[in-house]
Design a protein around this ligand. Sequence first.
Ligand code: IFM
Length: 442
Amino acid sequence: MLPPRSAFPPGFLFGTATSAYQIEGHAAGGPGPSHWDTFAATPGNVRGGANGARACDHYHRWAEDLDLVAGAGFDLYRFSTSWARVMPEGSGPVNAEGLDFYDRLVDGMCARGLKPALTLYHWELPAALADLGGWRNRDTALRFGDFAEAIGRRLGDRVHSIAPINEPWCASWLGHFEGLHAPGLRDIRATARAMHHLLLGHGRAIEALRGLGLGNLGAVCNFEHVLPADESPEAAAAAARHDAIMNRFFVEALFRGRYPEEVLAGIAPHLPPGWEADFPGIQAPLDWFGINYYTCKRIAPAPAPALWPGYAAAPGPLPKTALGWEICPEGLEALLIRIARDYTGALPLLITENGMAAPDTLVDGACEDAERIAYHAAHLEACRRAMAAGVPLAGYTAWSLLDNFEWAEGYEARFCLVHVDFESLQRTPKASYAAFKRALEG
Ligand code: IFM
């Protein structure tokens, strides 16, 4: 059972999240192509050859979807704006239809009493900017500031909060080093530049939004609880490298104005000249910090001869989700305590994503996702323990509202509270949706 609302302090915010490309249906409404369209169109990149062209058709069904968010009693809805939808060429003329869509969406949230929690970039880089080098190119960070300003001007008067970029580790490392996300590169120089320019873009966006007089601005990073695969010093060192790349690089830049030595050991020669001078902008003060957490990861040294960073994931003993991710709520508790202690202090923290993929099916029109209820319950209890230990946690956001386009996994990994039939597009609330509804009433 999920802990009820009354088990949390008054004002603690409960929300659910989605992102533009994963649900909207990118073919509708006159956007430009994004690098996810071109990545998905390349054979072998996405399971089943899927793409986001239709997704959940949220572009046309958004009112029904917002009714679902409000119907469960959530306080907040975390959504994102697609850069390629609003600025088809990445800069210059705005697609009025795209901006109007987000305007209606935000009005729809306000009309239902939902707090709009806006993420500006959840990975739809306009293909026109990808052609110019994408996040490898410093200019993309500057153009992102312009995009932030255009969105801030139109929606800023009604949104509750804004975060410029979702999960910069995925947008840089997964897409430029591991090649698993768009743009599908495996190139250390591209990675180093993307890591830095995403942070620069974050800083530019915060500057533009503050310039418009907007507040409640934050950042959202994803974290794993990293454990060495065994007790050897080699595993400890490998785990420390993964931890520095995934867990420390972005938060250390945002809150300390530096990059970890373990990461510089690999990427320093590939960073753009003069990178150190960008830290004052990257470190622009924030009003909150968002944590996306799903799993823990055991790390072993890569087999020799290994190039930097020289580590590999090893299997662990805990129960796993449909994507093979270990279920480790204790890792969330440890991370919350660590991040507050080492980086954010009294700044409010939010869980901006947490959830699990399960092999959900409809049986007689119902989806009994008991495993998902247990997952959220265990992670909410971990939040309570962290709060009891002094962590200033202000909210929890379940990933995700609707089964959706799970990036390279296509439509097979279902993470959500509402089942979507991708033929008929019918939405069916799962047992986990009902469990949240009950918990939020109490
Ligand atoms: O679906 C993604 C989301 O887009 C970003 N965070 C992780 C989720 C699950 O993989």
